[in-house]
Design a protein around this ligand. Structure first.
Ligand SMILES: [Cu+2]
Length: 383
């Protein structure tokens, strides 16, 4: 299956009357996308081998403090796996977690047996066991991988990584950078709050956090040189939070959405990244860059603080500091209008030969803008 969200929707619907597609919808969709994407992969015979090892770890992530996570190869995000279109990827996976798990290759069109859905396409990988995933992607683009067992816990604990399938003839970007946006729910001790799938999360819009990271860090720094043209791959690996990047004065154009090229680049405005979404953005820095350039999140937060929650609730504690009644009332008034901090502020230092682009947590309030409508993907790869 193509995305997790499709799976979740299917699961949610199965409790009530299952609904069949409207007559002809499959035929219409097939005709709509005919010729846009290759039906089959064209393997070159090259096999790229990787080893992935899932295990508990302790890493200096949010604000550099030790955080107990579950990690692929001892890092969060996991290693970026990179191959070229036509190559076959072979991943020898070992599970050293205290739970069974699988790996799902989000967005990749692949044989069902490699899709990582427990008890559907494979048996889960038990603690101490191994499994070999092998497939040849049909598309070049930005994808990602994560567990498909207890994903709301295992992904939240840090199990995710980027899979990049390069074009056979890549565009000449000066650099190719992946930013994984995540949203952690930490408790008062600064560790991952261990209550997963709470009734609140299930009844509302999932687990939202109180610490936002880029590539696991709150102090990510990206240095760019004037004149650079960068391909920035954004992935939202959060459980519930939706990001809405606002590139402000930056020359930013979207070239791909969810691993699929647009027919032509479009301005990077009014797009949102729901969990699992990817946006490939082309950033161009001219030679006269002198003013600070900033990226903000403009998505308003629906505040999760609820007066019925106890003082122990990590959301209340994190937002209110001491969990005071005043804090809760402030939040009750602010509900639905607060803006989410994306700890992402690009600031160029004009006097520096190599301007630093600094990420900082500061953020002004902004009003929500209207949601964008995705362009049709038809037309094949951007050229
Ligand atoms: Cu997924």
């Amino acid at each position: 299956m193509r995305t997790c969200s499709i799976l979740l929707v299917a699961c949610a619907c199965s409790a009530s009357a299952p609904s069949a597609p409207a007559p002809g919808i499959v035929e219409r969709a097939t005709a709509e996308f005919a010729g846009a994407y290759p039906l089959e992969a064209t393997p070159t015979g090259v096999i790229r081998e990787f080893a992935l090892d899932a295990a508990p770890a302790e890493l200096p992530l949010v604000d550099g403090k030790p955080l107990k996570v579950w990690a692929y190869n001892g890092q969060v995000p996991g290693p970026t796996l990179r191959i070229t279109l036509g190559e076959t990827i072979r991943v020898r996976f070992s599970n050293h977690l205290p739970q069974e798990t699988t790996i799902h290759w989000h967005g990749v069109r692949l044989p069902n047996a490699m899709d990582g859905v427990p008890y559907v396409t494979q048996q889960p990988v038990a603690p101490g066991a191994t499994f070999v995933y092998e497939f040849t992607p049909k598309d070049a683009g930005t994808f990602w991988f994560h567990p498909h067992v207890r994903a709301s816990e295992q992904v939240e604990r840090g199990l995710y990584g980027v899979l990049i399938v390069d074009d056979a003839r890549p565009k000449p970007y000066s650099r190719d950078v992946a930013w994984v946006l995540d949203d952690w729910l930490l408790d008062g001790s600064g560790q991952i709050a261990p209550q997963f799938n709470t009734r609140h999360d299930l009844a509302m819009d999932g687990r939202w956090g109180n610490a936002i990271t880029i590539n696991g860090r709150t102090n990510t720094v990206l240095r760019v040189r004037p004149g650079e043209r960068i391909r920035l791959r954004l992935l939202n690996s959060a459980n519930g939070r939706i990001f809405a990047p606002d590139f402000g004065e930056l020359d930013a154009r979207i070239i791909a959405v969810d691993g699929l090229y647009l027919r032509a680049p479009i301005p990077a405005s009014r797009f949102e990244l729901a969990p699992g979404n990817r946006l490939d953005v082309e950033l161009t820095f001219d030679h006269s860059t002198s003013a600070p350039l900033e990226i903000w999140d403009r998505r308003p937060v629906r505040d999760h603080v609820d007066d019925r929650r106890g003082r122990d609730d990590p959301r209340r504690r994190s937002r209110d500091g001491d969990g005071s009644r005043d804090g809760a009332e402030r939040h009750a008034r602010a509900r639905h209008v607060r803006a989410a901090p994306l700890h992402q502020r690009l600031g160029a230092q004009p006097s520096d030969a190599h301007p630093r682009h600094v990420l900082s947590p500061a953020r002004p309030r902004r009003r929500a803008r209207r949601r964008a409508v995705l362009p049709r993907h038809r037309g094949g790869p951007w050229s």
